[in-house]
Write a protein that binds this ligand. Structure first.
Ligand SMILES: Nc1ncnc2c1ncn2[C@@H]1O[C@H](COP(=O)(O)OP(=O)(O)OP(=O)(O)O)[C@@H](O)[C@H]1O
Ligand SMILES: [Mg+2]
Length: 542
């Protein structure tokens, strides 16, 4: 169980949450929702015991499995399989067993060899007692279900993509939680921050089933409403406008209804407050004319002001980003071509001999299963990585805008302002401020280091960086990940209106619909085809 009492959370000087009591118990399957930057990740970190609250206390009993939103950078030299097995300490045992086995084979001295044999026996006994043999195959099963193929398991984490690493982390946590105790029931509390990022449709389906059956307690942050609809039996809505968390003790469908009713009531209250404030102001103006009532009038005016200021706060937070991609700079007929691109990592061949030509204003979707090299292809096209064979040929006037899934185009140490400033040194300060404002960055947040932004805020900043260029070819890798529904709609709208060329990688069918692609590139073969609606289904699967 996790209990938090008198919880106060802050981000800089902003209060995210105050005076809150939270409890996660066995049987709870809680969906934690709220706008980008509302404080969901912060809350989950604190519940996981990885962050200190500003005030209040957090108590944990039992095991907790926490999947952070950003991949953690631990020891990257260990293999994927060891990382998963380490959840139960089995990796160390296995390694020791292997050492003892080698010693048995190599030692010639009889006594030394006998010792090694005994040692192996002891280790093996322990391994078996911990359910090691069954566990190994269980770990492999979970990995396979999360789209991590067998060939990936012996690879060092360093050689895996960000998405694969995150799936290894998820597998590790689920492996620990599935440690069945009696009858497949696990007492582990799962705290999962956007677990479906980087997962394909089959894996998401499997995860849904796993989470639905999990009895030990769960808090999940997700922008996947189907998953929430299927899994959760309670909802925590983190309301950024009020720094409060509303608990709804019901499933997702009923929550949506209840929220709609609450919103209506709040809108009514707001309208009433506005009316009252304006009545006060009128009164104050009348009174103010009489010298004897000057003080009363001032008080009244102040109260009205306060009321309106509170309302302004709410309106500010209700705003959504107004995202437009740039007007593309003029360019030749085919701004980007690539010939015979191949890429391998070690002995692992990702793709070979991919040719493509991106015409001015053309819309192309890249499809392929997990690991087929979609992100790699975009990185090659964007010049972030070198191909083993072949080349990328810029056409006349080409200007690239690259949006990276892992936000690696951002300078994480630099502030929000500096990130945009150095991209467009010639643009006036006011113009940049307006641009950032339309992406909902203003005030203190301009000075915030990019690394401390929330997942959705990083996505917004990286997209703002694209807009400040005059790119005529956009390479977009999962541009709707991490965004709350309102911001996602804005990005889709921007995609619809953009006149330059786009090469898009996405699992989001809505993003493809918005793009209206003419062509599709299928990886790993690099085959090109005209877009047809048959491919739409593949988008979710890929
Ligand atoms: N050091 C800091 N200084 C100022 N603000 C910060 C700092 N660290 C985090 N924040 C802000 O705290 C807020 C909450 O962040 P958090 O990551 O919890 O949001 P979230 O609800 O998980 O959002 P998302 O849906 O985008 O993942 C964000 O607005 C973030 O910019
Ligand atoms: Mg978050």
């Amino acid at each position: 169980m996790i209990t938090a009492t008198g919880l106060e959370l802050r981000a800089g000087s902003r209060i995210l949450l105050s005076g809150t009591t939270l409890r996660v118990q066995p049987g709870d399957r809680i969906g934690l929702v709220g706008r980008n930057g509302a404080g969901k990740t912060t809350t989950l970190r604190v519940l996981a015991g990885e962050g200190e609250p500003y005030a209040g206390e957090v108590h944990q009993t039992g095991e907790v499995g926490y999947l952070p939103q950003d991949p953690r950078e631990g020891d990257l030299s260990i293999t994927a399989k060891d990382r998963v097995l380490s959840a139960r300490g089995l990796d160390v045992l296995l390694r020791d067993m292997e050492k003892a086995q080698n010693a048995m084979a190599e030692l010639v001295d009889d006594t030394a060899r006998d010792k090694a044999i005994q040692r192996y026996g002891r280790l093996e006994e322990r391994f078996a007692a911990l359910g090691g043999y069954a566990a190994e195959s269980e770990a492999a099963r979970i990995c396979a279900n999360l789209g991590l193929e067998d060939r990936i398991l012996p690879q060092a984490l360093r050689t895996l993509s960000g998405g694969q690493r995150r799936r290894v982390e998820l597998a590790r946590i689920l492996f620990a939680a599935s440690e069945a105790g009696a009858g497949g029931r696990s007492g582990t509390i799962l705290l999962l921050d956007e677990p479906t990022n980087h997962l394909d449709a089959d894996s998401i389906n499997w995860l849904r089933g796993f989470l639905k059956a999990h009895s030990g307690g769960l808090v999940v942050i997700s922008h996947d409403v189907d998953l929430l609809g299927d899994v959760v039996n309670k909802v925590w809505f983190l309301d950024a406008t009020r720094s409060e968390l509303d608990g709804y003790n019901m499933n997702w469908a009923r929550y949506l209804d209840a929220r709609a009713t609450d919103e209506k009531r709040r809108r009514r209250e707001r309208a009433n407050a506005e009316k009252k404030a304006s009545a006060l102001q009128q009164q104050a103006a009348k009174l103010g004319a009489k010298a004897t009532k000057a003080v009363a009038a001032k008080n009244m005016a102040r109260r009205a002001e306060q009321m309106l200021a509170d309302l302004d706060d709410e309106r500010q937070a209700d705003k959504v980003a107004h995202i437009r991609f740039p007007a593309p700079a003029p360019c030749g007929r085919t701004p980007l071509t690539a010939e015979n691109l191949s890429k391998s990592y070690g002995s692992l061949e990702i793709f070979t001999g991919v040719d493509l030509a991106i015409d001015r204003g053309s819309k192309v979707v890249v499809l392929g299963l997990n690991g087929a090299g979609k992100t790699t292809l975009l990185r090659l096209l964007g010049g972030l990585e070198k191909a083993d064979t072949g080349q990328v040929v810029p056409g006349h006037g080409m200007r690239l805008g690259y949006y990276a899934q892992e936000h690696e185009t951002l300078d994480h140490q630099a502030s929000v302002w500096q990130n945009i400033r150095h991209l467009s040194p010639d643009t006036g300060a006011q113009e940049l401020r307006n641009l950032l404002g339309s992406f909902l960055f203003s005030g203190e947040q301009l000075d915030q280091p990019a690394e401390s932004l929330s997942g959705g805020e990083k996505t917004r900043l990286a997209l703002a960086a694209l807009v400040s260029s005059a790119a005529n070819v956009l390479l977009l890798d999962e541009p709707t990940n991490n965004l709350d529904p309102a911001s996602r709609e804005q990005v889709l709208d921007a995609l619809r209106r953009y006149e330059g060329a786009v090469v898009l990688v996405t699992h989001d069918p809505g993003a493809v619909e918005a793009l209206e692609p003419e062509r599709v590139i299928l990886l790993p073969d690099g085959t090109e085809d005209l877009w047809s609606d048959d491919y739409q289904e593949l988008v979710e699967l890929a």
